[in-house]
Design a binder for this molecule. Structure first.
Ligand SMILES: Cc1cc2nc3c(=O)[nH]c(=O)nc-3n(C[C@H](O)[C@H](O)[C@H](O)COP(=O)(O)OP(=O)(O)OC[C@H]3O[C@@H](n4cnc5c(N)ncnc54)[C@H](O)[C@@H]3O)c2cc1C
Length: 418
């Protein structure tokens, strides 16, 4: 045997799985098909700019992050506790009234926040904010749409703010996602401001990989995985590896290539990254567009941000980095550069002809779909020595991926320890 455990995939799930198994004294080999660790958490560098492969944020309130990640070493640069809502010609900043007192009056007086809807939102969210495990156990899960209706959230706070913001975060504009998962996500946003590591999101998986005794074998795709009488055998382009058990920690779209499991449903998005010579908007806030009557954007962009306002390390001094995200469940998800530029001009009310495209990341399988009921899903055994894990076996998030990897390691270790 080459090792006790072989982990296929060096995304967050695979890395956490390997770290946990290694800490318990097991020998682990980790393979990844790509040229670096991180999976969906990678960062491209160009001319001093950092462009993550799809805009995403790390929330330091995630339980797995608090427990297993050294966030101070990542030097998180946080976004604001709030959101800028563009609605036709109006721009409203809804921000935490205590942290941003100068926005407090505007937030409370905004036409987006009626008293009756604020009360309905409190009813909908407060139990999860205060006692998440009890609340989520007791609240019958349903679709986000049905749950907002039932709570009496029927006005602009729901359609322009919550629906639009959550669609962008979940890459799902259908309203069919799990209400309990949305509650959980909003709780994390309320607990801590999410941010970006000084060296880009990829610094997160790199920190995790740095603690492995044996470096991840990169550019080593698993082509075939078989169980043998006393273990597993993985065929790669660089030869065959044998171990006592295998953990398949690949993304949804690759699960069926290595196991007999079907492909989980996923949601996609694209992120455009622009270099802007002038700062188009001040403040470390995400802007969502709710200019369509009834909520949602008037153009292809669901959310945008001047990323370098929150994370100065993402752009060289004196320059500015703008991200714009489109959703692939919308007909205009694959909007052209010209359409995206025109939309940005409308949103920032600034010309964009001097803006330069740095990257356009298209991520068709960004997140697993998260329909109700939100279940405490566990790693799955498609064979007696092969376990499948990843965010699609938990929740579609950094937290979900890390927790699912940790669980997988514990399950396999129980199996390996007589
Ligand atoms: C654009 C975008 C925005 C997001 N925004 C957020 C956010 O704001 N907050 C949040 O919490 N989460 C966010 N997420 C989700 C989060 O990034 C993922 O849930 C998490 O990274 C998934 O990790 P994973 O280890 O399960 O899978 P992956 O990261 O997909 O890792 C799987 C790995 O398996 C490897 N692999 C596949 N097939 C093989 C093979 N045959 N042999 C060897 N290796 C193989 C792949 O190369 C990959 O490295 C976002 C994701 C994306 C893409």
């Amino acid at each position: 045997m080459d090792a006790d455990m072989i982990v296929i995939g060096a995304g967050l799930a695979g890395l956490q799985c390997a770290r946990r198994a290694q800490r318990s004294g097991h020998s682990v080999i980790v393979l990844d098909a790509e040229d670096a660790v991180g999976g969906r958490v990678r960062t491209d560098h160009v001319d001093g700019f950092l462009c993550d492969r799809g805009f995403q944020l790390l929330n330091p309130a995630y339980p797995s992050v608090r427990q297993w990640i050294d966030t101070s070493a990542l030097e998180l640069q946080t976004f604001g506790f709030g959101v800028v809502v563009r609605s036709g010609q109006d721009t409203t900043t809804l921000a935490h009234p205590i942290r941003y007192p100068h926005y407090a009056l505007g937030t409370l007086r905004s036409e987006l926040t009626s008293m009756s809807e604020l009360v309905a939102l409190a009813r909908w969210l407060a139990p999860t904010l205060l006692r998440p495990s009890t609340a989520l156990r007791q609240a019958r899960d349903q679709t986000l749409r049905a749950s907002f209706d039932a709570a009496g959230l029927t006005g602009r706070l729901r359609h322009d703010v919550l629906d639009t913001f959550l669609s962008g975060v979940l890459a799902d504009s259908s309203g069919d996602g799990s209400a309990n998962y949305a509650r959980l996500l909003l709780r994390f946003f309320a607990l801590a401001a999410p941010g970006l590591p000084h060296d880009g999101m990829q610094a997160l998986p790199e920190q995790m990989a740095a603690t492995l005794a044996e470096p991840v074998r990169l550019l080593t795709a698993a082509r075939d995985l078989q169980e043998t009488s006393d273990g597993v055998q993985v065929a790669t382009d660089n030869g065959t590896i044998q171990a006592r058990a295998a953990v398949v920690a690949v993304g949804s779209q690759d699960v069926s290539g290595l196991t007999n499991l079907s492909t989980p449903v996923t949601r996609g998005l694209t992120t455009w990254w622009f270099r802007a010579p002038e700062r188009p908007q001040a403040g470390p806030f995400l802007m969502v567009d709710a200019s369509r009557p009834g909520g949602g954007p008037a153009g292809p962009i669901w959310h945008t941000a001047v990323v370098s306002e929150a994370a100065p390390s993402y752009a060289p001094t004196g320059q500015h980095l703008v991200q714009a995200t489109t959703l692939l469940d919308q007909p205009d998800g694959f909007a052209s550069e010209g359409e995206v530029r025109r939309d940005l001009e409308r949103l920032y009310q600034a010309p964009t002809q001097d803006w330069e495209v740095l990257f356009h990341h298209v991520v068709p399988h960004a997140l697993p779909a998260q329909p109700p009921p939100l279940k405490n899903r566990h790693p799955k055994w498609p064979g007696s020595r092969i376990l499948v894990t990843g965010d699609h076996r938990g929740t579609g998030s950094i937290d979900g991926a890390i927790i699912s990897g940790d669980r997988a390691a514990r399950v396999v270790m129980d199996f390996l320890t007589p």
